[in-house]
Design a protein around this ligand. Structure first.
Ligand SMILES: Nc1ncnc2c1ncn2[C@@H]1O[C@H](COP(=O)(O)OP(=O)(O)OP(=O)(O)O)[C@@H](O)[C@H]1O
Length: 489
């Protein structure tokens, strides 16, 4: 149902009817901004057995070529903005046979999705798939290097999100769920599998630009009950005066994808009265740890192991470490492979094998588990700083900095030092009110502040004020970029 020129509402019945003629096992690249058709095509892929490969609309010609060639996708569905870039490289992608455009206008060489949909029969038999048949291929965020192809199965992607979503996302028939993530990321699957099997409605906003005011106004105008945003977005939202907004129906808020600074959670909570429930996971795993609704939250912790995962902290040989010890976050995958765990890194058996050690899959993240089973994130393996034999997790320093009103956001990385080997360097984006302060004075003040709120050895010996931080399109801080700049100097 078209609500007005810019809003559309579909019932479950209408959604189920959509199909797009692909054969089981064929791969389709699905690059749409947050348009309702993304959900329609996802359902169509499941019904036809086509394997979907979501991507971001900001992909350049080079990114597109890499993805289409690596995945050997037979088809691509996208919108007007990306179509010219696809045309520019499609001659180099021999597997690509069909191009579908979601648009009100036509384009030579492309089929028009909206026209096809109008003419499509509503009669359709769903294909029967096996649990291990592929359902989706995801390119990871590329936070640490070239994106990897993660293959999920009908079970890992479908059932995985149903299971882990039950407690954490906790949706019911009376909920309206708004997840602001880009459709390219695994997190978008929460809107498919955590919402619909529970009969809950999802709300989609195209959000062409990230704008805190638009998000806050939308929450005030519409009866959205459950909100999920990445921490970067919550960092922006808490910069606003939240007491000026009255959210109609909001009662459950979720975040994940990178570390949530305790200060952001506390600001959100004190101004809205709503708790922020953090989850931790990877494209490969669905949710590994979470703070489900109704459980005790320890500020700064990413929660406890999320069933069915057995999560442990292990040393570099794969031995389980006792509570309190820092080590690798690992998920038990033997003797029984958890059903929500990905199939493999596509076409990369070496990488798939290298990600496991003994009975465990090694996430590449470092953390501690306390005696109550709560996990405390330190950083990605490569991001942990070794300074004069102290190991420092960047997140702890960033969270300490976040408590100072001058800091809008920061990224902490290692920087070379002739005496200590490496030292802590903080790249800081200042809040507008502090932008004209004397940098040297502010540096000293922030260093003293960190020494006060966390162990003094963690304080940033070097500080740089920057206008923005390098981020992936999913909004994650790319510390690796800053680190390599430092070490190349
Ligand atoms: N709640 C959280 N706290 C801290 N870090 C998190 C949290 N949730 C996710 N992460 C980080 O995000 C990673 C998973 O992200 P994703 O699967 O999108 O790929 P990526 O690691 O960002 O990209 P790439 O593998 O291409 O470098 C985790 O391994 C972890 O480092």
């Amino acid at each position: 149902k078209v609500l007005n020129k810019s809003e559309v509402k579909w019932s479950f019945e209408e959604l189920g009817g959509g199909v797009c003629g692909l054969q089981p096992g064929d791969r389709m690249m699905l690059v749409l901004p947050r348009l309702p058709e993304w959900w329609l095509v996802s359902v169509a892929c499941m019904r036809t057995g086509a394997v979907m490969i979501p991507g971001v609309s900001q992909l350049t010609e080079k990114d597109l070529k890499y993805r289409l060639q690596a995945s050997r996708a037979k088809s691509i569905i996208t919108s007007d903005s990306l179509a010219p870039r696809v045309d520019a490289i499609s001659a180099d992608c021999p597997s690509l046979q069909t191009k579908l455009l979601v648009s009100d206008s036509s384009r030579p060489g492309w089929m028009n999705f909206r026209e096809l949909l109008r003419e499509a029969s509503t009669e359709h038999d769903c294909v029967r798939t096996k649990a291990q048949d592929p359902l989706a291929i995801y390119f990871t965020s590329g936070t640490t290097g070239a994106p990897k192809m993660v293959e999920h199965s009908q079970a890992s992607y479908g059932l995985g999100f149903v299971a882990s979503g039950r407690q954490w996302v906790a949706l019911t028939e009376s909920d309206i769920f708004w997840n602001t993530t880009d459709t390219a990321w695994v997190k978008a699957a929460w809107t498919l599998f955590s919402a619909w099997p529970n009969g809950s409605c999802i709300f989609v906003h195209e959000l062409p630009r990230v704008d805190a005011k638009v998000i806050l106004k939308t929450l005030s105008r519409l009866p959205i009950t459950t909100l999920c945003c990445v921490p970067t977005l919550f960092r922006l939202l808490v910069q606003e005066d939240l007491t000026r907004y009255q959210f109609q129906s909001l009662r459950h808020c979720l975040t994940g994808g990178e570390a949530l600074n305790p200060d952001v959670r506390e600001k959100w909570k004190s101004q809205t009265g709503l708790e922020l429930h953090e989850g931790y996971g990877q494209s490969e795993t669905v949710v590994i740890c979470a703070n489900p609704k109704g459980t005790k939250i320890k500020s700064g912790s990413m929660g406890k192991a999320s069933p069915p995962y057995d999560v442990q902290i292990v040393d570099d040989e794969g031995n389980i470490l006792p509570p309190g010890a820092e080590g690798n976050v690992a998920v038990r995958v033997r003797p029984d492979r958890p059903f929500c765990f990905f199939n493999c890194y596509l076409d990369n058996p070496e990488k798939t094998a290298a990600s496991e050690q003994g009975d465990f899959y090694i996430t590449g993240d470092r953390a501690r588990m306390d005696k109550d089973g709560y996990f405390w994130f330190m950083g990605r393996n490569d991001d942990v700083i070794n300074s004069a034999s102290y190991r420092i997790g960047p997140v702890e320093v960033e969270s300490a900095l976040a408590e100072h009103p001058a800091v809008l956001e920061s990224a902490v990385v290692s920087s070379p030092d002739p005496i200590r080997g490496e030292v802590v360097k903080a790249f800081i984006v200042l809040s507008p009110a502090y932008s004209s302060h004397d940098p040297e004075e502010l540096t000293r003040e922030l260093q003293e502040h960190v020494k006060r709120v966390t162990a003094p050895y963690k304080y940033p010996r070097k500080v740089a004020f920057v206008s923005e931080l390098p981020k992936t399109v999913s909004g994650k801080i790319q510390r690796s970029k800053l680190r390599s700049q430092e070490w190349k100097k």
